[in-house]
Design a protein around this ligand. Sequence first.
Ligand code: MG
Length: 235
Amino acid sequence: MTIVRRGGKYCLISKKTGRNLGCYRTRAGAERRERQVQYFKHNRRRPEQRQYAVDVDGVLAEMVEAALARLNREWGTHYTKYDLTDWDFWHLLPELSALPEPKQKDKLFRTMEAAWEAGEVRPTPGAAAFMRRLRAHGRVTIVTKTLARDELLREWLRDNDIVYDELIHIPKGSKLSKATFQQFDVFVDDSPKLAEEVPTGKTLLLVDQPWNQNVDMRSHVRRIYSLHEAIPSEP
Ligand SMILES: [Mg+2]
């Protein structure tokens, strides 16, 4: 860190990232801030207390695959997830984009719900072992907006031997509170949107999916190609 003068103020700048860590009227103020930042740097939570947030759809569950299989049966098409190269992927399927605007997403959401109800959603291979191993490294919370009914989701997790410390199942149209979001250190997720939302100091392990190829890689985002890459290496 270094203190530089900017617009008559003393600003603390990170040498590593160039980020402005705060500007103060006096040099003493900036130095105080520097000591504070140092303190947090050296008193980070120990790894065993690390807080993980793990997503369901696209991470633990092959939900898109199940929904697509349904649509393929209905339409006589052969789409695979590799055709879905955008997060808002309903625009990419002509059968969906031909529908009036509100119906596009609606049809997709109903298909996803139906796939869950029919028991067609498979766990990602290795998901159970991954969650078991991850829990040795911290507290693991499943944070998901998946469209499965809550009871069904809990059953699905149990039937597939997927263990966790807590489940936060966010209802459609709701958002995780900022305070809850802030409590996590590491997110294991496939959402390209999350890459923009995760603040510096937190880590997003972005599970590689066709719909997140365009994410701007930032210092706190790491792309992983298998869930096991999210397990910290044993000392
Ligand atoms: Mg997801």
